[in-house]
Each structure stands twice: as C-alpha cells, then as structure tokens.
Design a protein around this ligand. Structure first.
Ligand code: SF4
Length: 350
C-alpha cells in the first residue's frame, strides 16, 4: 500500500480482510483483533484513541485507512421525553434517529434510518417527499445505535432495549447494509443485543421478505400495512402495485413458517379513509393466515399533505373490534410530535 493510495474505509472490511491486511504488514492476528474491538465494540472514531497499539502502528493505520464515523449535528428534546438526533454523514448528507423512552416499562427504543431519503413515495410520509439519495452503509446504521445507546445511558441511566428499522428509508431496499448492521449489533464483538429486540419494518417488498426468511434472520418483521385492500393501499403506497396484498400475504406466510419470528402490522389511522367497519373486517381477514399483532398508530400531520388524523373515538372503536375478534392490538399514541420526530415526520423540516 503506498502513501498516495486513497484511504480505505476500514469499517467496510470484514474481519478476515482486516486480519489479512495486518498479515501483509507483518502484524500478528491479535493486533487486528484489537483494532476490530476498537472499531465495533468500543466505537472508536479515530486511530488515536486505540491506545493499546504502538504509535507507529496507529500512524500506519491513519495513513492508510479512515473511519467514517457519523457526527451528531442537532439534538431536539420533545416535552414527552422523545429525543430526535440529526447526524451528518461523511459526505455531508443528513439522517435522523429517534430515541423513544418509556421509563416506567424500562423500554427504550431507537428508531434508525437505513437510507438517505426514500424511493417509495408513500403519500403520507415526509421522507417519501425527499427522493432516495443513497443507502447507508452498515457502519452508518450501527453508529446510530451506538450513539443513541450512549445518549440513552447518559439521559436515562439505562441502555437501549429495542431497535426498530423504521426511520428514513426502506430497510429491505438497503438489504446488505441492514443485515450487516444487525450482525454487528447482535455480535458479542459489537453491542451484543438480542435479535429478538430488533424489528425491521418494511413497506412490503415480497421478494426481500422471502430473502430475509431464507437468510434465517432472527429479527421481528413489521409490515407497514396502512390499508386493508389493494384498492386503498394503491392509493397511498405505490409499492403495492408490484407487491399486492395477496403476494405480500404469501411472503409473510413463508417468513413465518420458515422462521417462526414475530410479525406485526403497522396501521396509521387516517380519518374517513381506513378506519371504518368495512376496513376493520378486511383487516381481520389479513390476520387469519399467521399470528400477527396490529399496531394502530395515530397519524401526525405533515405540512403540505392532505391526510387528517382519525379521532380517538374512531381509533378506539377500530381497535376494540380487532381485539374482540382475537387479534392482539395496541394503539400507539404519537410521540415527539412537537419536534417532528413522530412516525412519518422525519425529514419534514430541513
Ligand atoms: S413510509 Fe417508509 S417506505 Fe414509505 S416513503 Fe416513508 S420512509 Fe419510504
């Protein structure tokens, strides 16, 4: 490797690659293992921090490699405890993560982004107005979890308990980096969290749901359903035209049969659109093929979009109907509305 060669983003290397690079330099394997630990377990963002390495070795690393650590750019605190953090990526793009604390239940969830922008143009979503710029890489996703975990410990004296891939972007269209980030989050050489604490949320890409099953992913899967018929879903989620409900139900059945992992539907209640009795009946039919939990979510208005939040009475009646018919149903009142951190609001303002 010459001094003039462009620096390699060291966290793009697999562990065997890193060991091989150290081998070429005549450094033993355990040195590479030390660097790996600094990078992933300790979250080092400079080689200078790697104090158990000799100075010449740190200088060699610095001359040949770079760590593209994400940088906190802006932190906003909601009056309900939710914290939204905007991060700057090495190429200047901005993404957001949200910490949603429920201290009484000792539940601290981070919602992470997987893409800069999104290509799917869901009609109700702020991110969908942005266009997709690029996928995040595994390290950029991992950094969000690592940094928000530190934020959670500093603010609430408790580490994160749950991770949801529900921020900006469609995780199943950033499949490789998402899977790699999950590998690091769950590895004992990373954050060592249980995959059962991780939920990947998709707008519904049938082929990739099957891929997730074939790859024997241990994570939970949430489908952003939001409408119980193809006709209505096509209206608000263009992705449904190539992945209609029948195709999605087949893919989810396959996922459930292969993995046995938990499935849920996310369902934002829009006034006079998807919260009537017919809708509840249609949704009930979609709950018959596999065990699935329904999360009904309050809509958060997004500037420039026409949707209206359904009233509490309508949401409660809809949820009661599902529960009375044996479907596990929860209603998620919105969090972080005052700082645009609520579902569908990321990237709203800037
Ligand atoms: S809801 Fe999700 S998939 Fe749809 S546009 Fe927004 S970020 Fe993309």
């Amino acid at each position: 490797m010459t001094e003039t060669a462009p620096k390699i983003d060291i966290r793009q290397l697999s562990k065997p690659d890193l060991i091989a690079a150290f081998g070429e330099k005549g450094e033993p394997k355990f040195r590479a293992n030390q660097v790996w630990e600094w990078l992933w377990k300790k979250g080092a963002h400079s080689f200078e921090q790697m104090t158990n390495l000799s100075k010449p070795l740190r200088e060699w690393l610095d001359a040949n490699f770079v760590i593209h650590f994400i940088v906190e750019d802006k932190v906003q605190h909601s009056n309900d405890g939710t914290i939204k953090t905007r991060f700057r990526l090495h190429d200047g793009h901005l993404i957001e993560s949200v910490l949603i604390p429920v201290p009484d239940d000792r539940r601290f969830t981070v919602c992470v982004s997987s893409q800069v922008g999104c290509s799917l143009t869901c009609a109700f979503c702020a991110t969908g107005q942005m266009k997709r710029v690029r996928n995040l890489d595994a390290a950029e996703i991992y950094d969000q979890v690592l940094l928000v975990n530190r934020q959670c410990e500093a603010t609430f004296g408790h580490p994160l308990t749950n991770i949801v891939y529900m921020g900006m972007g469609e995780p199943l269209l950033a499949y490789r980096p998402v899977m790699e980030s999950i590998g690091h989050i769950t590895s004992p050489e990373g954050l060592g969290m249980s995959p059962k604490r991780i939920t990947v949320s998709t707008a519904g890409i049938a082929k990739m749901i099957k891929q997730l099953a074939d790859d024997n992913a241990k994570v939970n899967l949430a489908l952003s359903l939001h409408a119980p018929t193809d006709e209505k879903r096509n209206e608000i989620m263009p992705i449904n035209e190539q992945n209609n409900l029948e195709v999605l139900m087949d893919a989810l059945t396959y996922f459930y049969q292969k993995t046995g992992n938990r499935l849920s539907y996310e369902y934002i209640a829009f006034n006079d659109f998807n919260e009537g009795h017919e809708d509840a009946l249609a949704l009930l039919r979609l709950c018959e093929r596999f065990p699935v939990k329904v999360n009904i979510i309050e809509y958060n208005p997004v500037a420039g979009l026409d949707f209206v939040k359904a009233g509490d009475d309508k949401i409660d009646r809809f949820a009661r109907f599902l529960s009375n018919n044996g479907v596990m149903t929860t209603v998620r009142r919105s969090r972080g509305k005052d700082i645009d951190a609520a579902c569908g609001q990321l990237a709203n303002r800037e």
